[in-house]
Design a protein around this ligand. Structure first.
Ligand code: ADP
Ligand code: AMP
Length: 214
């Protein structure tokens, strides 16, 4: 199964992508996590991406498209994958279609997690991310067992720089301008499913499974 997670920043793409990946035993590919790992590792890609990310802007398409095309051509993706945070623009979606078609495949579902902007701001302020493994928590809705410590690997949890309120505002407007048009793009391809992302995490996951026919 080849699945794309769509939704505003903070809608719950990462949270649900991790569950979908477990359910279908397919890799969870998050372009945000890939960039953050590159920033941490001090790579050229990380250096190029950092300024855009800190400003809440999108990293240019040319830095993302080849990276994803290469990742989905790897052996562990042969039975499918769940893409989280990609595509985010129409040119990225077109590049993905081309890359998938070149491997004689097709995307099965684009899952749109629908959450209004007001709820997003609250979600982002409470999000805490692991500096080591990328696991995500929420101080109120999904707290770690021990404050500021990752349940999975024991590393420190932080508020991401780009989750601060002023950057969240920019990210939301970038989402509406550049990413939201993908909803129509996948609707036209008849692979769009929409779930109400304001429900609790388990309910959102149940509706995704139902729509995917799991
Ligand atoms: P995205 O990957 O779309 O940016 P995340 O999955 O990281 O979003 O979720 C953003 C924040 O909201 C996280 O702190 C997460 O724990 C929390 N969250 C995710 N889904 C829900 C939900 N259904 N209800 C409440 N909080 C949620
Ligand atoms: P995320 O973890 O998905 O919220 O992504 C964090 C940041 O990484 C975004 O605000 C962008 O700056 C950058 N990013 C992640 N994925 C993409 C993408 N597909 N296209 C452009 N920028 C991206």
């Amino acid at each position: 199964m080849k699945i794309i997670m769509l939704g505003a920043p903070g809608a719950g793409k990462g949270t649900q992508a991790a569950r979908v990946a477990d359910e279908y035993r397919i890799p969870h590919i998050s372009t945000g996590d890939i960039f953050r790992a590159n920033i941490k590792g001090g790579t050229e890609l990380g250096k190029k991406a950092k300024g855009y990310m800190d400003a809440g802007k999108l990293v240019p398409d040319e830095l993302v498209c080849d990276l994803v095309a290469d990742r989905i051509s790897q052996e562990d993706c042969k039975d499918g994958y769940v893409l989280d945070g990609f595509p985010r623009t129409i040119p990225q979606a077109e590049a993905l279609d081309k890359a998938v078609a070149a491997m004689n495949g097709k995307i099965d579902f684009a899952v749109n997690i629908d959450v209004p902007d007001e709820a997003i701001v609250k979600r982002m302020g409470g999000r805490r991310a692991c500096t080591n493994c990328g696991a995500t928590y929420h101080v109120e809705f999904n707290p770690p067992k021990q404050a500021d410590t990752c349940d999975v690997c024991g590393s420190k949890l932080v508020l991401r720089d780009d989750d601060k309120p002023e950057t969240v505002k920019t990210r939301l407007s970038v989402y509406h301008e550049q990413t939201q048009p993908l909803i129509d793009y996948y609707e036209d391809q008849k692979i769009l499913v929409t779930v109400d992302g304001t429900k609790d995490m388990e309910e959102v996951f149940s509706s995704i499974k139902e729509k995917l026919g799991a």
